[in-house]
Design a protein around this ligand. Structure first.
Ligand code: GMT
Length: 374
């Protein structure tokens, strides 16, 4: 198949999923065209089956706000026509689904048929999408998509609750390429560089937005470190970074916490860690938790949204109510209480990650595409 993928090229989960999906489809022989405003961060391989089409938003002085959606639409029309695409797959409803719809209508007027699949990822529904100013467009674009998928059952239910949806939404969960976690790097050395005295390593990865409740990561860490020698690695960057650094000073833990900033391949860091902390306010799936589990790192998370579909309480980690940092700290201490328990949780986490192996999930997308291409 000749597939066009539209996504945000940044570090967010939806862009990561879209890019990994495209890479996996290309590896199976499909031609994959990424149509984005910048090279997706995880699109770091060369493949004769992968193509990149940049959406160039010009900086015209008349516009205070550049019309990204229109430029994207025009690019979609152009790429579908000249690359003879069979299908478009847009990730994140805003504004990708409505741009795809508009492109479809323009192409229809020229006698060209192109179906499009919209994959809902989370904040497009739970945060941004619920904003009343977006609702009419989102509702319309979802209803007019040729197929709609959601990354968890919880997100599907949220979508049905918040929008007047008249069509079927199929749940196709996020996935993981387990082979990427079989690297040959020297983890012992990396571990030693973070924790020279064999401290246990707690880790958090996110884009440090409010919804991630990153302050809770520090609060959990602060309780744990009073009982056990531990270190904390914070991977990512975002609006909360400076207030986190301030909190580190207030808690007097700066010497125990390392901020690594944005890291492209987190696999080695996750593998060198012992417990992953995900205290999010809301999370449609929690791809970061799945990535941790694939690296054999158990997860301490909240029980919100789609997280319970990924992290199994008492098995691959523990689940707690949002904001209950005391419970999260107690559960962390349970996991690192002794090496046998830690090893058990590590192995369980890996076994649970296998449920989301890309080899199981990819055929679901291929089947969906085939059903729409006439
Ligand atoms: O939450 C983020 O950091 C980014 C956001 C996105 O759209 O890129 O992530 C959402 O999509 C991910 C991939 O499907 C999910 O794993 C995340 O749970 C979801 N984020 C939220 O729902 C807050």
């Amino acid at each position: 198949m000749n597939i066009g993928i539209v996504c945000y090229p940044t570090f967010g989960g939806s862009g990561v999923v879209a890019t990994e999906l495209g890479k996996a489809l290309a590896a199976k022989g499909h031609k994959v065209h990424f149509i984005t405003y910048q090279q997706p961060v995880r699109l770091d391989i060369f493949s004769e089956n992968i193509f990149y089409h940049e959406v160039k938003v010009s900086d015209y002085p008349l516009f205070d706000y550049q019309p990204y959606e229109l430029v994207l639409t025009s690019k979609l029309v152009d790429v579908v026509k000249f690359e003879k695409l069979d299908i478009l797959h847009v990730h994140y409803a805003i504004p990708h689904a409505s741009a795809a719809y508009m492109a479809q209508q323009i192409l229809k007027s020229q006698g060209i048929k192109i179906p499009f699949v919209t994959t809902l990822h989370g904040t497009d529904i739970t945060l941004v999408g619920k904003d009343a100013s977006f609702a009419p467009v989102i509702t319309f674009a979802i209803n007019e998509s040729n197929a709609v998928t959601a990354v968890s059952e919880s997100l599907k239910q949220d979508t049905l609750k918040h929008f007047k949806i008249k069509r079927e939404i199929e749940v196709i969960p996020n996935f993981i390429c387990l082979d990427q976690y079989k690297y040959n790097g020297n983890i012992a050395e990396l571990k030693k560089s973070f924790a020279p005295n064999d401290e246990k390593i707690l880790v958090h990865v996110s884009n440090f937005r409010k919804v991630k409740r990153t302050e809770d990561v520090l609060k959990v860490f602060d309780i744990v470190r009073k009982q056990k020698p531990v270190k904390l690695i914070m991977v990512g960057d975002g609006p909360e970074r400076s207030s986190l650094e301030k909190l580190c000073r207030e808690l007097n833990v700066c010497h125990l916490v390392k901020f690594l900033g944005k890291v492209k391949d987190t696999e080695r860091i996750l593998s060198a860690s012992d417990v992953f902390i995900l205290p999010s306010e809301s999370e449609s799936f929690g791809l970061a938790a799945l990535e941790a589990m694939a690296a054999k790192t158990p997860v301490i998370s909240t029980n919100t949204g789609g997280i319970p579909e990924v992290n199994k309480d008492g098995v691959s980690g523990f689940l707690s109510n949002v904001g209950d940092v005391k419970a999260m700290a107690e559960n962390t201490l349970k996991i690192i209480s002794d090496d046998i328990t830690l090893e058990k949780f590590k192995e369980n986490a890996y076994q649970q990650a296998k449920v989301f192996d890309i080899r199981i999930v990819l055929p679901k997308y291929e089947k969906l595409y085939k059903s729409l291409i006439v």
